[in-house]
Design a protein around this ligand. Sequence first.
Ligand SMILES: NC(=O)c1ccc[n+]([C@@H]2O[C@H](COP(=O)([O-])OP(=O)(O)OC[C@H]3O[C@@H](n4cnc5c(N)ncnc54)[C@H](O)[C@@H]3O)[C@@H](O)[C@H]2O)c1
Length: 248
Amino acid sequence: MKLVGKTAVVTGAASGIGWATAETLAAAEACVIVADIARDQGEAAASTLQKKGFKAEYVHLDVTDDMSIAKFTETVQAKMGGADIVVNGAGWGQIKAFWDMPLDVWSKIVALNLVGPMKLVKSFLPKMMERNSGKIVNVSSDAGRVGSSGETVYAGAKGGLIAFTKSLAREVARYNINVNCVCPGPTETPLLFAVPEKHLEAFKRAIPFRRFGKPQEVADAILFFVSSRSDYITGQVLSVNGGLTMVG
Ligand SMILES: NC(=O)c1ccc[n+]([C@@H]2O[C@H](COP(=O)([O-])OP(=O)(O)OC[C@H]3O[C@@H](n4cnc5c(N)ncnc54)[C@H](O)[C@@H]3O)[C@@H](O)[C@H]2O)c1
């Protein structure tokens, strides 16, 4: 699957699933904009890709900050004339009982996993509509499909991202823009390894394949959704989870 001549914005590209996605899309010959709040890690990620001979550049982005989104979009428009592909990979959550979670943590979770991705998409849409083409992939979570104890606010935000994906897919189909969603199950990234050991063991026992996912396995699903192989697929939700959930 080749992405020659395409510009791909990947948020959260400094780590985990975002990083695997950035590397995969760059290897498919897209020019990848490594978008992340972590400047040092983001610059290092872009430089690693460049050293491999891939086209990549780091542009700072805080998905939870309107000014940052505006500046980011302006920079990408100026340098690349817009984005052909937007992958909303940045995300974060915390495991805590719903009633114990402080409101400021709620706000961060909703801003990062739902409202920020919606704003980023809105900022890149006009150019995609003008060009009559585009691919948008939102990284949600199985938590957003089936719920997850201790991740109630996160699940709410990720569920919102799924509903956003489907509705937007309907609205922008007339502009030849595909909007799809990938839901990782527990995947081997720094985010997962922040979860207490006892939860990790329980997760693993519940997965039919009895192992966690690898970031590359999620990136491969994202590659499919941003490539021409999925031109007739929109508004869909694909779990990459070793069979943990099987939603009909
Ligand atoms: N790892 C899992 O088990 C798992 C499971 C389900 C869903 N997910 C989802 O997959 C996505 C990627 O997660 P991951 O596991 O690779 O996490 P990760 O922590 O390895 O990477 C997340 C990246 O997002 C960046 N980021 C955080 N806040 C940001 C902000 N405000 N603006 C821009 N960038 C920001 C971080 O700097 C980091 O580079 C997230 O949306 C996450 O919710 C992960």
